[in-house]
Design a protein around this ligand. Structure first.
Ligand code: EPS
Length: 381
């Protein structure tokens, strides 16, 4: 079973990830991991931290000569900002400076402090911070390399930033190329400009803004995930993984909540046969009965505005219970484009896990043999 752990505080020494269960013989290009990490740092509306960091992954184990060994893979991403925090965040000696006692509404600060008995809620925010997503991006970019030889591709886009929607209609490869180079992750130039103006306005008001990201996965065989048991349903696992990304408050697959507004014939995708089974529409977002049905998987996630506001909200100082303004910790005004990279990584991991579950095996040769045999059988079905 493919699984991973992450460790690391936002101003600690580094982020670490350990991936267990990767088969042997997967060709690993570290450049692809670093490209994903760089993409996560981009986007119009990001704050000062990204000027300090230049995230790169160092693989410490489990890979030899560019191929996985089947043993656990450890990855390390350095926090350059550590140099500025060593005194405060040291593991042996830590100076109690910059203590946080005015929790930010919307962040983990207050409840995390109560739960773990951290009077200095810096101990909470350090781990709750979305800095942790850099480790998840590295994991997604690594495990998805197992899927490349099978023609499985992951595309991301930002569908909305606050009140501005991306008007682009046709999502072909040129569209996704534009998205990669867009400061807001949009495919339509005119909408891009409106989104940037919107972010400027939000920033000027000391505010933050969220949005919607969309991930599309193509090249999937039918039958990843299962209908037989709740914890093997792919849509359930995707929703779990994406919901666990910092600031995500909603996940939908295909038509999502829209299915509740219309009748059955307008929702369900008719099946035709033309050298294989195909659906005439894809309202299901590529998943029926908890399994891929061979159509692209389309998943959207809603990101809330980041809780740190430069024009802070009311809160209570936990030291003396007096009314105060929330702590202002350096932050981003808009991190939706970065979020699209993180959500893609979460989806990459879940698809890779479902793929490894289905086609199992300790090495790529076994996975290939199992995949080919299955696809031959599927063609005859
Ligand atoms: C982030 C790094 C953090 C935050 C941000 C995400 O760095 P710092 O706290 O040093 O500014 O900028 O996290 C949040 C805004 C949050 O609320 O969690 C990163 O690397 O993406």
């Amino acid at each position: 079973m493919l699984r991973y752990f992450t460790a690391g505080e936002t101003h600690g020494k580094c982020l670490t990830a350990i991936i267990e269960g990767m088969p042997a013989g997967v060709k690993i290009d570290i450049g692809k991991i670093n490209a994903a990490l760089a993409a996560r740092q981009q986007g119009y509306g990001r704050g000062g931290r990204m000027k300090i960091e230049s995230d790169t992954a160092e693989i410490l184990s489990g890979v030899r000569g560019g191929y996985t060994l089947g043993s656990p893979i450890a990855i390390r991403i350095e926090n350059r900002d550590w140099a500025n925090w060593e005194e405060i965040m040291g593991t042996e000696n830590a100076v109690p400076k910059r203590a946080v006692t005015c929790p930010r509404p919307g962040h983990a600060d207050l409840t995390g402090g109560m739960k773990y008995n951290h009077r200095d809620m810096r101990n909470v925010l350090e781990r709750a911070s979305a800095r942790e997503t850099a480790a998840r991006v590295a994991v997604g970019a690594l495990v998805s390399q197992m899927l490349e030889p099978f023609g499985i591709e992951f595309n991301r886009r930002v569908a909305r930033i606050g009140e501005v929607e991306d008007a682009a209609a046709v999502k072909d490869s040129a569209f996704y190329e534009r998205v990669k180079n867009s400061p807001v992750g949009f495919g339509d130039k005119e909408s891009e400009k409106r989104a940037m103006d919107h972010i400027d306005k939000i920033k000027a008001g000391g505010e933050s803004v969220g949005g919607v990201v969309e991930i599309t996965v193509t090249g999937l065989p039918p039958g990843l995930g299962s209908y037989v048991h709740y914890d093997r349903k792919l849509d359930a696992n995707l929703a779990f993984a994406v919901m666990s990304v910092q600031a995500i408050k909603g996940v939908e697959i295909g038509m999502g909540f829209g299915v509740s507004e219309t009748c059955g014939s307008a929702v369900h995708d008719e099946i035709v046969y033309d050298n294989g089974y195909r659906r005439l529409t894809n309202n299901a977002g590529g998943i029926e009965g908890g399994m891929t049905n061979g159509e692209p998987v389309v998943l959207r996630a809603a990101m809330k505005p980041i809780p740190t506001l430069y024009n802070p909200l009311r809160t209570v100082d936990t030291a003396d219970k007096t009314e105060r303004k929330a702590t202002v910790e350096r932050s981003d005004v808009c991190a939706v484009p970065a979020c699209s990279v993180v959500v893609r990584a979460a989806v990459e991991f879940e698809i890779a896990k479902a793929f490894a579950d289905k086609f199992g095996g300790d090495c790529m040769e076994d996975i290939r043999a199992s995949y080919d045999a299955y696809m031959t059988r599927i063609k005859e079905f």
